[in-house]
Ligand binder design. Structure first.
Ligand SMILES: [Zn+2]
Ligand SMILES: [Zn+2]
Length: 285
């Protein structure tokens, strides 16, 4: 399927109110000649917010799809693009924060759905309860304020406390901090990084990486039915140890699957023939 032939000159609705069109728009224009439009007054907060005052329905892919469908509805376009991010401790390393971004492109006419992903350790995602201005100032410097915005609150915003989002002005930060520290019953305030894309350049970069991943997948066509998005769906371990041949936890096989016809292909040894003995449970228990 030639996507440029199919899409050239057509509108694509970008489901965002946080200026993600700044990175997503030029990408789809360059790749396929699509015409990005943003639905007017599109409220993506109803699909969940980072400050946890509203919960997020479904998993990330389902939420992105719901946003894309709402953008199709709002604009009458046949193609939409939505993105959805999450932050939190890495499953294996609970002290390190990671940012996972997903972008989803939906073509209502063909039923094509493409998904791009990116995972980054380069995130300033952080929350803290602080008791004085010095601590606030230090936090602000460490997370890259004022290029990156802050959320200032009397207490955890999840508990419905007074909250100001998108703080980028040093004078405003100082005024809010002094006011909240004086008013708070226990003499503390809640500070966190604003993770909405337009207040967080680090996150915007990860969204751009997820978009690159989507573009790469779009160019990979199924060898059987030519449907775009033929990609790795399983990574199977068992790469043999270089010294003793014992199967290790490293990847031995990539399995590729077509979303459309179900065609599968196995790719043996995608990352080399043998594993370093350092990864071997027999040589290096
Ligand atoms: Zn196929
Ligand atoms: Zn070994």
């Amino acid at each position: 399927m030639n996507l440029t032939e199919r899409w050239q000159g057509q509108p694509i609705a970008i489901a965002t109110m946080h200026h993600k069109e700044q990175v997503l728009g030029p990408a789809v224009e360059r790749a396929w000649g699509l015409r990005p439009i943003v639905p007017p007054d599109f409220d993506t907060d109803r699909f969940g917010t980072f400050t946890r005052d509203r919960d997020r329905p479904g998993d990330q892919r389902a939420t992105a799809r719901t946003k894309a469908l709402a953008a199709l509805e709002a604009t009458g376009a046949a193609i939409a693009l939505a993105s959805e991010g999450s932050f939190g401790p890495h499953p294996a390393l609970p002290l390190a924060a990671v940012n996972y971004e997903l972008v989803l492109l939906l073509d209502r006419t063909s039923g094509l759905e493409l998904v791009g992903e990116a995972l980054s350790w380069e995130t300033n995602y952080r929350q803290a309860t602080l008791r004085d201005w010095d601590a606030v100032d230090r936090f602000a410097q460490q997370v890259g304020f004022p290029d990156h915005g802050l959320v200032v609150s009397l207490g955890n915003p999840a508990e419905g406390q007074a909250v100001v989002k998108g703080v980028r002005d040093p004078m405003l930060l100082q005024d809010l901090a002094m006011d909240y520290l004086a008013r708070s019953p226990d003499g503390t305030l809640w500070l966190e990084t604003d993770m909405r894309a337009m207040h967080n350049p680090k996150r915007m970069q990860v969204i751009a990486q997820a978009m690159d991943n989507l573009l790469e997948k779009a160019q990979s066509a199924c060898p059987s039915c030519d449907w775009p998005g033929f990609w790795i769906t399983q990574r199977l371990p068992g790469l043999p140890c270089e010294a003793c041949g014992w199967p290790t936890a490293l990847v031995r096989v990539h399995r590729w699957t077509c979303d459309h016809c179900g065609h599968q292909r196995s790719e043996d040894f995608p990352q080399g023939q043998t594993a370093d003995p350092a990864h071997c449970p027999a040589c290096n228990p």
